[in-house]
Each structure stands twice: as structure tokens, then as C-alpha cells.
Design a protein around this ligand. Structure first.
Ligand code: ANZ
Ligand code: ZN
Length: 749
């Protein structure tokens, strides 16, 4: 490496060696403490890894590498979340089999990820589109069905009247179809649903038991929307209120357009029709002009005994609470706006005692905003829902021994003209026998949403090749829960909530032992373009990680990713920064030519403490700057104590695994630096009251020694005797000594 840092050669060499030696393979049987580090597995799109992907991978790789050096048995796996719309849409456009497209894409993603030198255990790679994997996704679904958690029910879907297909939410842009720009309609359709609401209380309450960022906990709690209140009867109408104490001020009742009673009132029909196309968000938007219609109906306020009118208005939602509210315009903003518009009395009252009111007029209830999960897609590229319908037996799950239900080949990947899945055209495939009675049955033609495979993938990593069960009890017990899961803030609800739900279901079946899947969660920020704008394909301001690795090397790239800014913050990516981290590596290399004796110096002890703490706190940026400072400090010393230098290499190893491995071997070490023990600091050496003194023998610098500031010549000579290599050349009472306190000692033996 004389003068020239050939990153490409070093990186290729060590990547091949690590693959050969398998040092990153997790052990299912080990006496060591386990550590399970997880990153969100990527969707392998056609454009390859973009620069955003390696941020979480690099930082969790740093954590994983540190844990290995701390003596843990580490599981750090990767795989592909490969069902999804872009691949399907590409198949529709080109006619190319999504299986082949997925294979090509994952091959490229893997190659890219390997170029970064991530310490993934590649022997555990999984792919949600493998039938050996989705067999178990389907199996879990049938278990849910058997426990009454999967059912067919009416749900509203986004419908493009021109393309005649149901659209996923992400395909609706500003209320219009992403493909053709036509205004999207709402349509009621029978869909498979998962009863996540049955787990709402536990999903909300058990957030107390996990270490998640406050924002994530708040996001999930909001989404689940646990609300403690009361149901109170106003004649035939039951309202839900969290403010029973305001009941004396309730001067009218409002029903949602969806409330069953409204259908009995023709005077509301036109209004109800008009509200159909409005989304919940629109209906409940703050300050929106209130609309509604008075019904030909009066009810009694149970507290005042007064007869009060009933309205229908869309600011009350049909699927929350009871779909009916007691309106208290003196205490509720929305009710006040409505009362003003419809010239209804606003009655100012003294608040009553809430508990008294509930005891007298109602019952205590807890409600949730969360709704059941619409689990059907009328699509192709997903797991077939493993259900068979029989005229006599109703819906029956495909039995275990007939799983997986393989996704059949089709001629055309687009949905059928009636909006059903393309599978609906495969009459031969649909016709089957009823698993219960053996007569003719018909297969479900809907597939699962792209959230299915990711709901349990972290369990499969513990035992990815098992063909008997989704993962063995033994491996699950050994590895779960995930100790540290890092992923995007955008998955705070959906994925993170869905997988907690599946996990709790499996827990209830006695199939997993931890009540929560992820003990700790962290979230990284986005990388932005150099000008601070969002990186997006359409803007063409993407950054190709492979080009960067070619130019600067994986180690410099990783260091830059760690160094670029606070892990949680969105930060602009600037290629110039890579010049700096590349130069930093060259400085570290240069130090290797100037090694001498000496103990681990104060700056090294201080760096051990700081880097160790920073990695745990996701302050990867300040960890790198600490390593840069240590490097500069060592560079200023006349000789670099080899012991300090080895500490530097070990601390730097998780960040720049290739070059540190190379240097470690150049020092004459045999094993991998990544299997070395993580260094410990000596608390007594953190003190800045300690100084490093250069030790010269007959005027030639041989190393350094640590002593307390102001130490006497005597004390320095004693300290030297503690360093074996120096003691060999320096007698305890030399013939001559020149000592400059706090700086240098020159000994003539
Ligand atoms: C009377 C009242 C007086 C209310 C007051 C609030 C303030 P959270 O906390 O979100 O659960 N509500 C009940 N069901 C509703 C529905 N389906 N659509 C829209 N609003 C509904 O909110 C509960 C409160 O929201 C309930 O308490 C009810 O209004 C309203 F000074 O009852 B309240
Ligand atoms: Zn049957």
C-alpha cells in the first residue's frame, strides 16, 4: 500500500476472504449472548439500490460489527420484499414474467450490497416471492382464518372507472388514477379482512414495554386511537362521548350519513348521496364548512329531559364510536360551527361530574380509531389467498399439506375487465375440490397486499431453510425478539403495526415466545440531493452508489454515510465529502509506517469511551469525528505507539472494515480484526491530568509513556519499567537522563 491506497483491490480481496471464512454467519447453537440486528429488507426495484438504502444498512452494520467484537453471537440478515406494484406494472407493460424480473433485480441488489462489505449473513437470504417462503405467509393466514381473525366483509376501495381496476392508496395521486389521471371513485367490494382491531388494546398498551422513539410510539398510539368514554342513550340513538360531563349542554344529536337510522329518513337521501365521495380526512378537516340535514325526528336528552332535534352531518364518521354524537356547541368547536350555521341554541352550563353522569345515564366504553385491515388485492403479483369456496361448506382454508397455493402463470398480468384479479380468468385453476366435503369448490382469486410477507419475515431469518415449520421453536427462542430494528419513519404505522399484530397472533398460538417482535426501534433520516431537494427518479437527481464505490471505495463511502450528519436528520448528499473520508483513510494508513513502543495513550482511551457510547446512541457522525481527531493526535506524536494504533484500527473496523482488516494483517496479526475484542478504556486514563511523554533512548524516539501531569523524573522512569519492550532497553537507573517535564525524557543507558 506504499503511498497508494488501492481501495478496489483491498475491498475485493477481503470480501472474498470473509465469504470464504464465513465469519459473519450467525450460529444457531452458541453459548454466547445473542444479538439480533434487523434492517428493513428492500423492495428490489428495477433501478437497483439507491443512495438512501445504504444509510440504515451501514449504520446497523456498524452496530452489528461492534456487537460481534463485544463477544455476541450476532444475527444480521437480509432478504427481499419482492412482491409489489412496480414489478407488476412493469410486467403489464412489457409482458415479462415478474419472477424473471425479480430474479434480475435481486441479483443486482445483492451485488451492490456486497460491494459495501455489509456483514450480512448471506446464508439466510430470504425472498417473499419464493414459494418456500410464501407457503408460510399463506399458512399464517389460514391460522388466522381458523381463529376468526380473517373474514370476508365489505370494504371501500379506490376504483378507476377508465382502467376498471381497484387502485392501491399509493396509486391515487391527488384523487386521480396514477396511470390515466381519471378521477378515482369509491366502491364497495367484498374483501378479505384481518381483524387487527381485536388486538387494538394490546397494540396500544404494549408500546409501554418497548424501546421505540417517542415519535413512533405517539404515531402508533394516534393511529390506534384508544379513547375512553361512555355510550349514552338518547332515546333510540346511542351516542359515544368522551365528555359525559357536558351532557346538560347537549342540544341536538348528529348522526353519520352511514348510520342505519338515516336510511329510514328519505328527507336525508340526497344529502347522504352527496357525501359518498368524500374521504374521512376531508369530512373531518378542521374549520371545514359544516353541512347537514335535519331529520324528521326528536329524541330526549336523558339528563335534562328536553326533547332535542336530530341531524345528519358528514363531520360525524360512520365507523367510529357509534356513528352518533351528542352535540354540545358550548364545549365542542365542530358542534359550535354547526350550531351557528343551523341556528341552533348554544347552552352554557356548569360541568357535571363525569363519573356520575356515566353511572346515571350510560356505560363506560373504550373505543379505537383503528379499523380492520383490508387484505385483498385484485392483482397478480402477490401471494394467492389460500381459500376455497364451497356451495355447501362456505369458505374453507386450503389444508396445510396442500400449501403453498402456487401463484399460477397467466398470459396477461393486468386485472380482468370487471376489475377482478387476472387469476379470475383461469377457470381450470379456480376449479378445485372443497377441502371439507370433497365436492367441487372454487379458489379465491384475490392475492395478498404487499404488506403480507414483511409481517413475519424477521421470524423466518431465524430458520430460513426449514420446510417443516415457519421456524423452529428452538431457533425462535434463541433469536427473538429482534434486539434492534432500524427502519424508515414512513413505516411507523402500517408495516410496524401490522407485524406487531401478526406477532401477537402467533404469540397467542404459542408459536413465538416474546410478546413483542422488536425490543428496540430506531429511525434514520433521508438523504437529499446536494441542493437539499428530495431525491427522486422523476427528477433524475439520483446518485449511483456503485459509481461512488468505484471512485472512492466502500470504506470511504461508509465513513461518509456515518459522518454526513445526525443519523435521524435528513441531510444533503455531497460527493465532495467523500474526498475527506478517503483522505482520512490515507492518514490512517500513513500512521502504520511510524509505529513504535508505548502504551495505549490517553487520546486512545478517550476515543474508546466516546466511540463506544456514540455508536449505542446512533451518533455515528461524532464517532467518526472522534476517530479523525485520534488519528490527527497520533500523527502529531514523534512515534505512534503500536498499542494505540491497534485501538484505532479496532474502533475504526466497524466503519471501514476492509482497510482496517488489511492494516491489521500488515501489523502481523493472524486472525480477522472483526473477531478481535472490542477495546476497553481505563477510566483512570481519561483524565486530562495525564500527559504523554516521548521516550528517547540516546536521542532516538522509541515510544511514549503516560504519566500524571508534573510527574517527577523518578516517576517517569518507573512508568517506563512497566512497558515491557522499553524496559528491555532502558535500565531503572541509567547513566544519564535529560528530562523536560510533561514532554520528553531522553535516556542514555
Ligand atoms: C360530546 C362532547 C363534548 C364531545 C365536548 C367532545 C367535546 P375522541 O377523543 O377522538 O374519541 N365523536 C364521537 N363519535 C364520533 C364520530 N363517529 N365522528 C365524529 N366525532 C365523534 O373523540 C370523542 C368525541 O368525538 C366524542 O365526545 C364526540 O363528541 C365525538 F365538549 O361528545 B364528544
Ligand atoms: Zn364443501
Amino acid at each position: 500500500m506504499d503511498g497508494e491506497y488501492d481501495h478496489s483491490e483491498i475491498e475485493k480481496k477481503w470480501q472474498a476472504e470473509w465469504e470464504r471464512s464465513g465469519i459473519y454467519h450467525a450460529q444457531d447453537n452458541s453459548d454466547k449472548k445473542k444479538f439480533y440486528a434487523l434492517v428493513e429488507f428492500p423492495y428490489p426495484s428495477g433501478s437497483g439500490l439507491h443512495i438512501g438504502h445504504p444509510r440504515p444498512y451501514t449504520c446497523m452494520d456498524i452496530v452489528s460489527r461492534k456487537r460481534r467484537m463485544e463477544g455476541y453471537n450476532v444475527l444480521f440478515p437480509i432478504g427481499w420484499d419482492a412482491f409489489g406494484l412496480p414489478t407488476e406494472n412493469y410486467a403489464i407493460k412489457t409482458g415479462k414474467d415478474p419472477r424473471i424480473v425479480t430474479k434480475e433485480n435481486t441479483d443486482y441488489f445483492r451485488k451492490q450490497a456486497q460491494a459495501f462489505g455489509f456483514s450480512f449473513d448471506w446464508s439466510r437470504e430470504i425472498n417473499t416471492t419464493d414459494s418456500a417462503y410464501y407457503k408460510w405467509t399463506q399458512w399464517i393466514f389460514t391460522q388466522m382464518f381458523k381463529k376468526g381473525l380473517a373474514y370476508k366483509g365489505k370494504a371501500t376501495i379506490n376504483w378507476c372507472p377508465k382502467d376498471k381496476i381497484g387502485l392501491a392508496n399509493e396509486e391515487v395521486i391527488d384523487g386521480k388514477c396514477e396511470r390515466c389521471g381519471t378521477e378515482v371513485e369509491k366502491r364497495e367490494k367484498e374483501q378479505w379482512m384481518l381483524a387487527i382491531t381485536k388486538y387494538a388494546e394490546r397494540l396500544s398498551d404494549d408500546l409501554d414495554t418497548v424501546d421505540y422513539p417517542a415519535r413512533v410510539v405517539a404515531g402508533q398510539r394516534n393511529w390506534i386511537g384508544k379513547s375512553e368514554g361512555a355510550e349514552i342513550n338518547f332515546g333510540p340513538i346511542t351516542v359515544f362521548t368522551t365528555r359525559a360531563d357536558t351532557i346538560y349542554g347537549a342540544t341536538y344529536v348528529v348522526l353519520a350519513p352511514e348510520h342505519p337510522l338515516v336510511a329510514e329518513h328519505p328527507e336525508a337521501a340526497a344529502y347522504v348521496h352527496e357525501t359518498k365521495s368524500r374521504s374521512d380526512i376531508e369530512r373531518t378537516a378542521e374549520g371545514r364548512k359544516k353541512t347537514g340535514v335535519r331529520l324528521d325526528l326528536m329524541v330526549q336528552n336523558p339528563a335534562t329531559g328536553e326533547s332535542i332535534p336530530v341531524y345528519v352531518a358528514d363531520y360525524v364518521l360512520g365507523h367510529y364510536g357509534t356513528g352518533a354524537v351528542m352535540a354540545v356547541p358550548a364545549h365542542d368547536e365542530r358542534d359550535a360551527e354547526f350550531a351557528q350555521k343551523f341556528k341552533l341554541p348554544i347552552k352554557h352550563i356548569e360541568l357535571a361530574d363525569k363519573e356520575d353522569m356515566i353511572a346515571k345515564f350510560g356505560t363506560k366504553v373504550t373505543k379505537f380509531k383503528l379499523r380492520d385491515w383490508v387484505f385483498s388485492r385484485q392483482r397478480y403479483w402477490g401471494e394467492p389467498i389460500p381459500m376455497v369456496h364451497c356451495a355447501d361448506c362456505g369458505w374453507q382454508p386450503v389444508p396445510d399439506n396442500a400449501l403453498p397455493v402456487l401463484l399460477p402463470q397467466v398470459d396477461k398480468y393486468e386485472p380482468a375487465d370487471n376489475g377482478e384479479s387476472p387469476l379470475s380468468k383461469l377457470e381450470d385453476w379456480i376449479k378445485t375440490t372443497c377441502p371439507a366435503c370433497g365436492k367441487e369448490g372454487r379458489r379465491e382469486t384475490d392475492v395478498m397486499p404487499n404488506w403480507a410477507g414483511s409481517s413475519w419475515y424477521y421470524l423466518r431469518y431465524t430458520d430460513p431453510h426449514n420446510s417443516e415449520v415457519f421456524a423452529s421453536k428452538k431457533n425462535l427462542n434463541h433469536w427473538t425478539p429482534v434486539d434492534w430494528y432500524n427502519g424508515g419513519m414512513e413505516h411507523t404505522v402500517l408495516h410496524l403495526l401490522y407485524s406487531r399484530f401478526w406477532h401477537k397472533f402467533l404469540f397467542d398460538q404459542g408459536l413465538v415466545s416474546a410478546i413483542e417482535p422488536y425490543a428496540k426501534r430506531t429511525s434514520h433520516g433521508l438523504f437529499l440531493a446536494a441542493d437539499g431537494s428530495k431525491i427522486s427518479k422523476s427528477k433524475g437527481n439520483g446518485i449511483d452508489p456503485m459509481g461512488i464505490i468505484d471512485t472512492y471505495g466502500a470504506d470511504a463511502t461508509r465513513l461518509y454515510i456515518a459522518f454526513i450528519g445526525p443519523f435521524e436528520a435528513a441531510v444533503p448528499w455531497q460527493n465532495d465529502g467523500l474526498v475527506g473520508t478517503h483522505r482520512f483513510i490515507e492518514k490512517v494508513i500513513a500512521l502504520s509506517k511510524r509505529l513504535g513502543d508505548g502504551e495505549v495513550g490517553i487520546p486512545a482511551h478517550q476515543a474508546i469511551k466516546k466511540v463506544s457510547e456514540d455508536i449505542e446512541a446512533t451518533k455515528f457522525n461524532t464517532a467518526v469525528s472522534t476517530l479523525m481527531i485520534l488519528t490527527n493526535t497520533l500523527a502529531e506524536q514523534p512515534v505512534v505507539p503500536k498499542a494505540s494504533y491497534e485501538v484505532l484500527l479496532k474502533l475504526l473496523a466497524p466503519f471501514a472494515p476492509h482497510v482496517t482488516e488489511e492494516l491489521w494483517h500488515l501489523l502481523g496479526n493472524k486472525g480477522s480484526v472483526h473477531l478481535e475484542l472490542w477495546p476497553n478504556f481505563d477510566p483512570s486514563k481519561l483524565d486530562s491530568d495525564t500527559v504523554t511523554i516521548a521516550v528517547q533512548v540516546s536521542g532516538k524516539t522509541r515510544g511514549t509513556v503516560l504519566v500524571k501531569r508534573g510527574a517527577s523524573q523518578e516517576e517517569v522512569l518507573i512508568a517506563i519499567q512497566n512497558i515491557e519492550k522499553m524496559a528491555q532497553n532502558i535500565p531503572i537507573s541509567p547513566s544519564k537522563v535529560i528530562y523536560v517535564p510533561n514532554r520528553v525524557i531522553n535516556v542514555i543507558p
